[in-house]
Ligand binder design. Sequence first.
Ligand code: FAD
Length: 117
Amino acid sequence: KLGNETAKAELGRAAWKLLHTTMARFPDKPSTEESAALKSYIHLFQRLYPCGECSQHFRKIIDKYPPQVSSRSTAAAWACHVHNEVNKSLHKELFDCANIGDFYDCGCADDEATEPK
Ligand code: FAD
């Protein structure tokens, strides 16, 4: 059966945006519980990702590169890396992960006090 490439690409852009923005807001010094929550979130994101082919493919990537959840910067670098692994397999340009820190903005201003816990 023919898939719908436009819908798949739109879903992908939305999903990556949410994932990278989540990493950009993850605490610099997470508690054990916060790190465990992010780890489960990533595994469930993979498992429940609505494109089945993508989900299976991403499973192999995260088996090879397990989620890094010890800080904001390691989590953001990990997500950038696994997104680049998907980019590679789709023959897309790679993103320079050195720039990841400034790229994803939640639009939530300087409300560190209400940073998600
Ligand atoms: P996207 O890859 O969607 O990226 C959106 C924007 O994010 C880019 O324009 C760029 O500004 C930025 N960006 C690019 N690379 C990075 C990076 N490494 N780190 C941070 N930001 C970056 N599609 C398939 O056809 N087959 C698959 O198997 C498949 N698997 C997927 C698995 C997952 C978990 C997800 C979320 C998506 C998957 N997709 C898959 C969709 C695919 O990755 C793209 O989202 C889709 O093809 C649209 O691509 P795009 O060129 O618009 O940019």
